[in-house]
Design a protein around this ligand. Sequence first.
Ligand code: 4NP
Length: 164
Amino acid sequence: MSQQVRLLIICLGNICRSPMVEGALRHRLRQAGLQDQVVVDSAGTGGWHVGQAPDPRAIAIAAANGVDISSFSGRQLKSDDFRQFDWLLCADSSNLREVARRSVAHARARYGLFLPWALGNGEHTEIPDPYTGGRADFRRVWEMADQAALAAVRRRAWTAPIEA
Ligand code: 4NP
């Protein structure tokens, strides 16, 4: 059996986008029987929502799609994440700049944008922040997250070189 791969999904607050991506990825990995091979966690570059559950709108859209993210708890990106994870996958370019800025010596993790990594299309696509938006924005983010999660699992994105 191959070694376990560890993915950390990153956004700003860790209460909207990254928990939705984490939930979608875990769900799609479970469906494919890969949940023991690929471990998924999420974190925020900011610390405002540490210890909090995801935004109720994120919980609701995930639940409407059969995915329970209500027990997830917000946490902030830490130095050790650069050593513990294989991939740090960011929702947008601002998150990615922050990750690059905080990188440590002897980092194990590679980092990039989640959507191009998952879809393998090399396009510079971002997941827009829905926090100040409405339900439709959360629905759009869920659809993006889940479509990309499905593609990532189908193409085993963690085995491919990053394209972004
Ligand atoms: P997220 O959304 O990065 O997708 O979790 C946000 C959540 C909270 C804040 C910003 C973005 N905030 O400023 O508190």
